[in-house]
Design a protein around this ligand. Sequence first.
Ligand SMILES: [Zn+2]
Length: 288
Amino acid sequence: MMHGRRAVFSPSLFSRSLSFAALALVLAPALAGCRSRTVAPVDEDPSTTQPDAAHARGRKITEVVGITPGQREILAHRYVGADPRYRALIFFSIHGDERPAEELATAFGEWLEAHPESWADREICFVPVMNPDGLASRTRVNGAGVDVNRNFPADNWQTQARGARYNPGPFAASEVETTALMRLIERLPPQWIVSIHAPLACVDWDGPGEALARAMSEANGLPARKVGYATPGSFGSWAGVDRGIPVVTLELDQRLEPEDRERQLLGLEVAVRWDPELGAVAPVPGRP
Ligand SMILES: [Zn+2]
């Protein structure tokens, strides 16, 4: 799988070659809110990302945006078009137990590789797994038992939770996954963001994300609606409500059947081709 190619070092190589003290030195600036440690560019491949002259300057840059307590890399694949007028962030699996999101991430990565024309005039930053420790253990929470999607330093962050699955952490932004995503957003920054979950089967939004949510809903067949319960410290609260970035939360159904997968890719194509100035899908460059 093309998007699955590894960055310059593997977790095992990393742990062998760095002592714990050195790791702490690497992570300390990150935890202090400084720029993320990045490794770029690491896997540009002209044969896959420059299929013809029209996209000659398009490239893929893979960055390690965080290393979890379980020694797993959080990877961001930045598909940078030749003429990037816009920039979007699309991330999956901030919860580790939502299998349809995991499956759609694989399909979406393959779709981005196969359709460079779709990002020729923009940058799509694709994070396939935001919570790799949770994914490895098939848990909603991360390796420390914290719900990353309740750990953001939003105005509504709170210490109480309605259960262990929603543990907000000892303090806001206490988790590596949280700070990695925050720093990535500060650094890009994206003009709109889509986060993929399951199994509520709807397209939700925060902040000024309604127009994109409705357009994605038309394409993927899931209703555009608010989930209707409080989500203190959620990513949408922090990025959408507090910071005013259009945020769409795509909640897939309980299972991702093959025909659903195609429909969901149509919805994600809307997210890729969004024009935030028009408030509509932009035509693909060079396509009649
Ligand atoms: Zn979720």
